[in-house]
Write a protein that binds this ligand. Sequence first.
Ligand SMILES: Nc1nc2c(ncn2[C@@H]2O[C@H](COP(=O)(O)OP(=O)(O)O)[C@@H](O)[C@H]2O)c(=O)[nH]1
Ligand SMILES: [Mg+2]
Length: 249
Amino acid sequence: MKLSRCSFTYKSACLNQFAPHCRFSSGLSPAERSKIRSIFAIATKEFIGVARTFEEIPDLGSTPQIALIGRTNVGKSSLLKSLLWPNSKKSMTHLKSSRKPGSTKFLTFYSFSLKSSSQRELVLVDLPGYGYGSTNQQGATIEEYLRSTSTLRVVYLLIDSNVHIKKTDLMVVSLLNQYNVAWHVVGTKWDKNRTKSEKGTDSSMRHQLQRFVVEHGRSASEHIFATSSKSSIGIDELRQSILKSIDVI
Ligand SMILES: Nc1nc2c(ncn2[C@@H]2O[C@H](COP(=O)(O)OP(=O)(O)O)[C@@H](O)[C@H]2O)c(=O)[nH]1
Ligand SMILES: [Mg+2]
C-alpha cells in the first residue's frame, strides 16, 4: 500500500496516566442488547455494489457512510457479515472470508435502512485490506476515499488481536487524523486471543490498543471494541456504536 507520505510516531506513554481516558466498550444491559439486535434484525440490509477505483464508486448521495479498514486478513468481511447477516447460511459472494491475504480487492458498499428500502439510513463500506498481498493501486484508492468522502461519518480501524499493531496501521491513523476523519479501534479475533489469556495476552493486547488510541486518538475516538466474528463477542457493542453515529439510539 502506497502510504509513503505519512509520518508517524509511536512514543512510549505511561499507560496508567492515560488509561482512564479510553476504555473498552462493554456492559450492555439485556434490554439494550435486545433493542440493538431487534433494530438490526428488522432493518433492510442490501448489497449496493463494488468499486475498484474512487471514480467507480456509485452515487450514494448524502447518506452517511461508515467504513471498516484494516490489514489484509484482519477479519473485515467476517465482521461485516456478523454485524449485518449473523444467521445467514447463504454464501455471500462479497462477504466471503478467506485465509488468502488480499482477497477483498474492491471497496464494497452495503445499505442499511430502517423504515423502507427506499430510505437509506446508512452505507457500510468494506475497504480493501492494506499491507501483505495488497497493491499500490488499492492503497491510492483507500487514501482518495478517506480524503474525498465528505459523508464519511466514522472509520472503524480493525487490528487483529493476535498480530498486534503494525507500521501500516500507524500510517492509516496518520491519514485519518490528517483528513480529519473520526475513528475507533476494533480488536478482531478476540476468541483466539482469549484462549491465551492465562498467559496475559488478553490484557497485554488491551494495553497496547489503549496506548495506541491515546497516543494517536482524538477526543471523539475513546472507545475500543474487542470483537470476534466466530463467537459474537463485542458485536452488539459495535452495532450500538454504529447506531449512535447516525443518531438512531
Ligand atoms: N478465530 C477467528 N478467525 C476469524 C475471525 N474473523 C475472521 N477470521 C478468519 O480470518 C481469515 C480472514 O478473514 P476475512 O474476514 O476474510 O478478513 P479480511 O481480509 O479482512 O476481509 C479467515 O480465515 C476467517 O475465517 C474471528 O473473529 N475469529
Ligand atoms: Mg475481506
